[in-house]
Design a protein around this ligand. Structure first.
Ligand SMILES: Cc1cc2nc3c(=O)[nH]c(=O)nc-3n(C[C@H](O)[C@H](O)[C@H](O)COP(=O)(O)OP(=O)(O)OC[C@H]3O[C@@H](n4cnc5c(N)ncnc54)[C@H](O)[C@@H]3O)c2cc1C
Length: 376
C-alpha cells in the first residue's frame, strides 16, 4: 500500500482541481424527472469529453484505468469543488451497472453498453427490491419464464431509483420455476422501453419522485441479455451489491469531510462550548471515515464485506451531521436550501443499499464470524 502521494499524484490533483474550478456547474441540480435526467447527463457528457468520466474503467471501454489512489484524489477534489451530488440519475449506470458488466458481461454486452453509459447516452436503474423482498432479497418472486430465445417476465419491483427516466434496468428475476432462495435467479438487462412495463413514481418525504414501482406484464427480454450464466444471477447480484457498498459511495463518503467544515463555518461555535465539542466530534468522525475509505480501497486482499463497514459508518455519520445542522440552524435551515433538502434525504441513507441492521448482520457474521442469521 502506497502511503505518500507522488509528484505525479500531486500533478493529477492539480489538474483535477483546475478542471473542476473551471467547469463545475454553478446552478443547483434538479432532483427528479426529466430536468434531473438532462442536468445529470449533460454534466456527465462534459466530464466524459474532458476525460474525467469512468477514470477507473478499462481504457477499452473509454476509461483511463487509473489506480484507486487517483480515484480517491478525484473524489476529494470533486467534493472540495462542491460539484453536483454524485447521488444523481447516473449513479446506478456509473457505479454498479457499468462495473457489474465489466466484471460479468459478455464481450458483446460490454461493447454495446459500456461506451453508451460512460458517454452519457443512456441511464440505468436497479430492479432488485420487491414489496415483500427488500432485506431478504433471496425471497424475490418476479418470474422469468424461458420461451425460445427469450425470457418472459411477470411481477413487480419497488424503490427503483430513476426508473421513470432510465433506458435500462439491472433486473433480478426468478428464472428457474420452483427454485428457492438464492438458486434459480438471473440478472438481466431489461430495456425499460419494452412493451408491458409500467412505471409508477413514488413521492418521498422531501416531496420528490426519484424512485418508483415497476410492473412487468409479459415483458420479453432476449436471453442474450442475461449477464453471467442463466439461473446464476445471485452471484452476479452479489457482485453488484459489492460495488454498491464498497466503491459506489466513495465520493459521498469523502464529501462528508467538506460538509462538516461547511457546518462549522455556518455555526461559528464559541471555543470550549458544548457546540464546539459536538462539531469537533463530528469533524473527527469525518476524518475517521476518510481514513476508512482510503483503507477500504487499498486493503489487500480486499474482502467483499469491507463495504458494509464503510457504508454503515457513512450512513450513520451523514445522519448525525444533518441532525446537527437542523439543531444548529433551526428554521434558518430553510434559507440554506441544500442543507434542508439533504437533511430530509439523509433519513434514507440507513435504508438504501441495505439497511443499517443488515450491514450490522453482515459485519457480525462475515467479518466477526458470529453465527449466521437470515437476510442478504
Ligand atoms: C432512497 C432509496 C433508494 C433505493 N433505490 C433502490 C433501487 O434503485 N433499486 C432497488 O432495488 N431498491 C432500492 N431501494 C430499496 C432498498 O434496497 C430497500 O429499501 C432495503 O433493502 C430494505 O428493504 P425494505 O424496504 O423491503 O425493508 P425490510 O426488508 O422490510 O426491512 C424493514 C425493517 O426490518 C429490518 N430487518 C429486516 N430484516 C432484518 C434482519 N434479518 N435483521 C435485522 N433487521 C432486519 C430492516 O433493517 C428494516 O429496519 C432504495 C431504498 C431507498 C430508501
Amino acid at each position: 500500500m502506497q502511503l505518500d502521494l507522488t509528484e505525479a499524484d500531486l500533478a493529477f490533483r492539480r489538474s483535477a482541481r483546475e478542471w473542476l474550478a473551471a467547469n463545475t456547474p454553478g446552478e443547483p441540480a434538479p432532483h427528479d424527472g426529466i430536468a434531473a435526467r438532462e442536468f445529470a447527463l449533460d454534466w456527465l457528457r462534459r466530464r466524459h469529453a474532458a476525460g474525467w468520466a469512468g477514470i477507473g474503467w478499462p481504457e477499452a471501454y473509454g476509461g483511463r484505468e487509473l489506480p484507486p489512489e487517483r480515484l480517491v484524489i478525484w473524489y476529494e477534489e470533486y467534493a472540495r469543488a462542491r460539484a453536483p451530488s454524485l447521488l444523481d440519475p447516473t449513479f446506478v449506470s456509473l457505479n454498479h451497472a457499468g462495473p457489474t458488466l465489466i466484471a460479468c458481461g459478455t464481450p458483446e454486452q460490454k461493447a454495446f453498453h459500456l461506451p453508451r453509459i460512460l458517454s452519457g447516452a443512456v441511464l440505468w436503474c436497479q430492479g432488485f427490491s420487491e414489496p415483500e423482498s427488500g432485506s431478504d432479497l433471496a425471497s424475490l418472486r418476479t418470474s422469468a419464464a424461458v420461451d425460445g430465445d427469450e425470457l418472459v417476465i411477470n411481477g413487480q419491483k419497488i424503490w427503483s431509483s430513476y426508473a421513470d427516466i432510465a433506458e435500462y434496468q439491472e433486473l433480478l428475476v426468478r428464472s428457474e420455476p420452483g427454485s428457492q432462495r438464492h438458486r434459480g435467479l438471473s440478472w438481466v438487462i431489461c430495456d425499460m422501453r419494452s412493451p408491458g412495463i409500467t412505471v409508477r413514481p413514488i413521492r418521498n418525504m422531501a416531496g420528490e419522485t426519484h424512485f418508483a414501482e415497476v410492473f412487468y406484464d409479459n415483458v420479453r427480454v432476449p436471453l442474450s441479455n442475461v449477464v453471467g450464466a442463466l439461473h446464476d444471477g445471485w452471484n452476479v447480484a452479489m457482485t453488484t451489491l459489492g460495488f454498491e457498498r464498497k466503491t459506489a459511495a466513495m465520493g459521498l463518503q469523502l464529501a462528508l469531510s467538506v460538509k462538516i467544515e461547511e457546518l462549522i463555518a455556518l455555526a461559528r461555535p464559541r471555543p470550549g462550548s458544548a457546540l464546539a465539542e459536538r462539531l469537533g466530534d463530528l469533524r473527527a468522525q469525518a476524518a475517521g471515515l476518510r481514513a476508512l475509505t482510503w483503507r477500504t480501497q487499498f486493503r489487500a486482499p480486499a474482502t467483499a464485506f469491507d463495504g458494509s463497514l464503510v457504508r454503515l459508518v457513512f450512513a450513520e455519520l451523514s445522519q448525525q451531521i444533518h441532525r446537527a445542522a437542523m439543531d444548529i440552524l433551526g428554521p434558518d435551515m430553510l434559507a440554506h436550501g441544500p442543507w434542508s433538502h439533504a437533511y430530509l434525504e439523509a433519513y434514507s441513507e440507513t435504508i438504501a443499499g441495505g439497511t443499517a441492521e443488515i450491514q450490522r448482520n453482515i459485519i457480525g457474521e462475515r467479518i466477526l464470524g458470529l453465527p449466521r442469521g437470515g437476510a442478504r
